[in-house]
Design a protein around this ligand. Structure first.
Ligand code: DAH
Length: 360
């Protein structure tokens, strides 16, 4: 066997014996790399006599090509094998049910859900969110809202008072979200269009009252907003919230110190068995207080009532949740009973959106 044949046999055997992509690369470098055995032979051609050079050159070239072809073939086989092995070891069965995880186990409390729904609907109408502290001073909770110290309305609120401070003042747990109206008007100039969802506190407890509950306050202040705008905003809100094309609403004259005129809004419903059906029937349920902001309230934040006007409203979030999702006892909301929460709670993956229906 000539030296060339001997070399070819050895190289091809090495190619066949290569078990990994790393091996095959080593074989390639040893044969065809710059200092590889075949390359060295090619370089030697220059020193040969012309008549020898031609046949030897052809023979080396042939060898080179056969080795290169063998290398490529072996390499691609090894690549296929590597891929198949990877695919086999990394298979994921996407038809398997999702594993239980805290994300799926957990439930959003109906109050949080309704809070989000209300926020979403008003945000869509161009309202921004305002906030205020749960512990309020007398001025923001009462006086600035046109409830001076001796006003009888103070008694209606069943206020939780803190002990007297050194300066003689007594902080309170806010009895409503209305003080956020004052704080907003103190800090920002009109035009204003805000809602303020939050916790409120009153010393009261029975089937429909808890010492802590939730309200959303609304406030619009500019130069031209009138009662018609208020009616429209509330109607749009209730239609979106209850996901109905039409809703029966009744505005009843009422009294609040911070609005003039003041109204209470009732919503029409029918009771079928134990179920409450909103938008049907001829029974009425009070859901909200509202009115045009009282001139004294504007004056208390140094806004000129001859220049500015607007409306305000306050609605109970817990009451809305009870109505929409048919939950009869308010106290269950705060009992931290997991069975109740699993039944009435919402999946964290269901975000309320206007497009998807606010309470999917
Ligand atoms: N603050 C009132 C309450 O807690 C609710 C309310 C009524 C708020 C009328 C308002 C309003 O902004 O205009 O009973």
């Amino acid at each position: 066997m000539s030296d060339l044949q001997q070399l070819e046999t050895e190289l091809l055997a090495a190619v066949t014996g290569a078990a990994t992509l790393k091996d095959i690369e080593a074989v390639r470098v040893n044969a065809l790399g710059k200092k590889g055995q075949v390359s060295v032979l090619m370089k030697g051609l220059g020193k040969m006599q012309p008549e020898e050079r031609k046949p030897f050159g052809q023979a080396v070239n042939g060898l080179k090509q056969r080795v290169a072809t063998a290398l490529d073939a072996r390499k691609s086989t090894l690549e296929d094998e590597a891929l198949a092995e990877k695919l086999a070891s990394e298979t994921t069965d996407i038809t398997l049910p999702v594993r239980p995880s805290p994300m799926l186990e957990g439930r959003i409390h109906p109050i949080s859900q309704v809070w989000e729904e209300v926020t979403e609907i008003f945000a869509d109408m161009g309202f921004s969110i305002a906030e205020g502290p749960d512990i309020e001073d007398d001025f923001h909770n009462f006086t600035a809202l046109n409830i001076p110290p001796e006003h009888p309305a103070r008694q209606e609120f069943d206020t939780f008072y803190f002990g007297k401070k050194e300066d003689g003042s007594r902080p309170v747990l806010r009895t409503h979200t209305s003080p956020v109206q004052i704080r907003t008007m103190e800090n920002e100039k009109p035009p204003l269009r805000i809602i303020a969802p939050g916790r409120v506190y009153r010393c009261d407890s029975d089937q429909t009252h808890t010492p802590m509950f939730h309200q959303v306050e609304g406030l619009v202040i500019d130069r031209e907003t009138h009662f018609g705008h208020l009616k429209w905003v509330l109607e749009e809100f209730f239609k979106a919230f209850f996901e109905l094309d039409d809703i029966k609403m009744r505005f009843r004259a009422s009294h609040f110190p911070f609005t003039e005129p003041s109204m209470e809004v009732d919503i029409g419903y029918a009771k079928v068995g134990d179920e409450i059906r909103i938008g049907e029937g001829n029974q009425w349920l009070e859901v909200l207080g509202c009115g045009m902001v009282h001139p004294n309230v504007l004056k208390s934040v140094n806004l000129d009532p001859d220049e500015y006007q607007g409306f305000a409203f306050g609605v109970g979030i817990d009451r809305l949740a009870m109505l929409k999702y048919g939950m009869p006892d308010l106290r269950a909301f705060f009992a931290a009973d997991l069975r109740w929460l699993r039944h009435y709670g919402f999946s964290s993956l269901n975000m309320p959106t206007i497009a998807g229906g606010s309470g999917v």
